[in-house]
Design a protein around this ligand. Structure first.
Ligand SMILES: [Zn+2]
Length: 458
């Protein structure tokens, strides 16, 4: 049984929409035929004729882009299966239009050996909803004391290329230097969670007038900016690749801008929530808004959007951080940091960037698909929706609008800050390796996806 061919008719291709604020109705449309896991034909809309047994998707009014890639997902398995598993997390990914997720290392046991990263990758392969690329820990057990088995993870079946202690900062300068030296030997990258631990001891929200007013301990911007400044200098000194996780302040943008102008090999990400929410949300004392790094001031949000528009920020990454209800339904000080984000990333990006004229659809494809794949050295990711490319793609209805609800959350946890918000756009179809994982807004069943995935790798 081979996976059925798919004919997509009348789609608007994101890569053709290079102008900010472009009129979608005026754009050309295409038909795409998918067979054997690849795009095999592409022609002007109305040209390709459905064959016997072929699945036909009418994509009139839908925008097609290469499958989304999240460089920063917490899948929680092994060890925290009450929050998320590889299966449930990749279901959330498929629902959000993602075809690949990079899984952060702060599992239990930590992803700091070849054995654990191979286990996580295998769980992803078996589930089939998305390609799972494990991230390796920089230090053993994320303890910040000794380097982990970076070389063994790089050479393992999981071929790890991204290393991060995310959740914790690699604070020791010498360890950071050694990690950069090590990953340079195989073109890997260190993804830094920039947070000076001493400056943020007990910190609960952005430091400022509001934190004093609310009586919550402040988290100063400089705790992030000082680590980024040190690390771009280290990366320059070593000549290695450095990636900065979840930039959250205007000052961080200026440091990265300066480093890029010097030619430092640094890339930066921003989360959807830091592009739209401010520290004012803490006034509610609702722990759904408690996140690391914290929500910042309005001027930071504006600076982050401008940084995306002018290319200082390279990618959007979700920092999808599921937590069970008991970790969030408590007082602010006791609550866990983090928000789920896979299902809402695309609508928030439309709201904060495309609909505001900060980016074009083609730029959005760079931010959410092409560039994260490039930073993570993801193999087999399609460069475009041209013939011969792997059929990892997403179809989006840009005109749709709906109130985001718990029913839209397909992972195990419901700690989204966007519940009850009116959000634009709808992810309608997700295709991975030529088979559907999301079909007209509904997840394809787990057994069907697992079988299709097995078939696709034969
Ligand atoms: Zn982090």
């Amino acid at each position: 049984m081979t996976n059925p061919d798919i004919l997509i008719t009348g789609a608007t291709v994101a890569a053709d929409l290079t102008e900010r604020g472009a009129d979608l109705a005026a754009a050309p449309t295409v038909d795409l035929r998918i067979s054997g896991g690849r795009i095999v034909e592409r022609a002007a809309a109305g040209t390709l004729v459905a064959a016997e047994g072929e699945r036909v998707i009418d994509a009139t009014g839908l925008v097609a882009m290469t499958g989304l890639v999240d460089l920063h997902t917490h899948l929680r398995e092994p060890g925290f299966e009450q929050s998320e598993t590889v299966l449930t997390g990749t279901r959330a990914a498929a629902a959000g239009g993602f075809t690949t997720v990079f899984a952060m290392a702060n599992t239990m046991p930590v992803q700091d050996t070849a054995g654990v990263v191979e286990q996580v990758q295998s769980l992803g392969d078996a589930a089939g909803y998305a390609t799972v690329r494990p991230i390796g820990a920089v230090t053993e057990d994320l303890a910040g004391e000794r380097l982990s088995e970076i070389g063994a993870m790089a050479q393992s079946r999981a071929a790890v290329r991204v290393f991060s202690d995310d959740g914790k900062c690699v604070h020791d300068s010498l360890l950071m230097r050694r990690a950069l030296e090590y990953v340079k030997t195989f073109d890997g990258v260190v993804a830094q969670h920039a947070q000076d631990p001493r400056l943020t001891e007990g910190a609960q929200m952005n430091e400022g007038a509001l934190s004093s007013e609310l009586g919550l301990k402040g988290w100063p911007a400089v705790a992030e900016e000082s680590i980024i400044a040190r690390d771009v200098l280290l990366a320059e000194h070593i000549g290695a690749r450095l990636h900065i996780c979840h930039l959250s302040t205007a000052g961080s943008v200026e440091v990265v801008r300066w480093a890029k102008a010097r030619g430092v090999q640094v890339t930066a990400e921003v989360t959807p929530h830091h592009l739209i929410l401010t520290d004012e949300k803490a006034r509610s004392y609702d722990p759904r808004y408690k996140v690391n790094p914290p929500l910042r001031r309005d001027e930071d949000v504006r600076a982050l959007r401008v940084a995306v528009a002018d290319g200082v920020i390279d990618i959007i990454a979700t920092d999808h951080a599921p937590h069970p209800a008991e970790s969030k339904e408590c007082e602010w000080g006791a609550a866990a940091f983090g928000m789920v984000g896979l299902e809402s990333a695309l609508p928030i990006a439309l709201l904060a960037l495309v609909n505001e004229g900060h980016t074009s659809w083609a730029e959005l494809e760079r931010l959410l698909s092409q560039k994260p794949a490039e930073i993570g050295r993801l193999e087999g990711h399609p460069a475009s929706l041209e013939v011969d490319q792997v059929a990892d793609l997403v179809l989006i209805d840009p005109g749709a609008s709906s109130v985001f609800s718990v029913a839209d959350l397909k992972g195990m946890s419901h700690n989204s800050p966007f519940l009850d918000m009116e959000l634009p756009g709808r992810v309608a179809y997700t295709v991975r390796r030529g088979y559907l994982t999301l079909d007209n807004g509904e997840l394809v069943s787990a057994p069907a996806v697992a079988a299709a995935a097995q078939e696709a790798t034969r």
